[in-house]
Design a protein around this ligand. Sequence first.
Ligand SMILES: Nc1ncnc2c1ncn2[C@@H]1O[C@H](COP(=O)(O)OP(=O)(O)OP(=O)(O)O)[C@@H](O)[C@H]1O
Ligand SMILES: [Mg+2]
Length: 263
Amino acid sequence: MARDGGAADGDRPVDIGVRGLAVTFGQPRSVLSGVDVTVRRGEFVALIGASGCGKTTLLNVIAGLVPAAAGTVTIAGTPPAAGRRDICYVLARDALLPWRTVMGNVEYGLELSGIGREERARRAASYVDRVGLAHARDLYPSRLSQGMRQRVSLARAFAVGRSLYLMDEPFSALDSQTKLVLHDQLLGLWESSRATVVFVTHDIGEAITLADRVLVMSRKGTGVVDEIRVDLARPRSAEALQADAHYHDLYRRTWTSLKASAQ
Ligand SMILES: Nc1ncnc2c1ncn2[C@@H]1O[C@H](COP(=O)(O)OP(=O)(O)OP(=O)(O)O)[C@@H](O)[C@H]1O
Ligand SMILES: [Mg+2]
């Protein structure tokens, strides 16, 4: 039976409601069918599952980029639509503008939101600082490491203050040490934002470090087959969790479930 944790944090309103979702790419190519997912406002949910099981497709449906063939999807009570101003989509490959500095890139989203020059500069500087890049604020992307580039992406994403963040393997290209730093920075940004996050990853440790719930998707695209509630206290430290016995219990439990989901 699909379990999507609909009762999680029951006092908070549902932010994303997916019911009986089906997606097809040409006939009769069914990619998703019968998918149910509930995400509460302010919740951090991680999605894991075998390659090709439809994680990116699900994010694309929520973002309004791929249509549902059947079922209903609501985001903050309304249907998905491309270009919604309350949603920010962060991808594995950062989309930094090469002709803009770190500051210029973080300011870009604020410019698009129509925020005035002074407020833009103030807010961008604060977010650049929060991801530890104050020393690099005037550098262009070509001079940045992959980890620094993703930190700029995070700063840009959170500076614009959206209520829903869709993140598709944003740290997949990073080494494990750099990932831990980025995890702490993302957690810091998210904890002060109160935003909802749906985070796709293949990295079980990453899912547990970040999320309130980890949803395991079936290999066949038939939806969520298991849910792991991550009852680790917040605020969390990615590094400290490495030595936390309960973190490792959750890791094992998720690993077992992921293996079963791929059969
Ligand atoms: N635009 C498209 N046209 C046709 N088929 C597609 C399209 N996008 C995705 N697919 C197919 O849909 C299935 C699900 O793809 P999706 O990218 O959602 O998987 P995923 O779970 O994100 O995989 P990964 O972990 O490798 O990123 C795959 O079989 C893929 O080939
Ligand atoms: Mg994908």
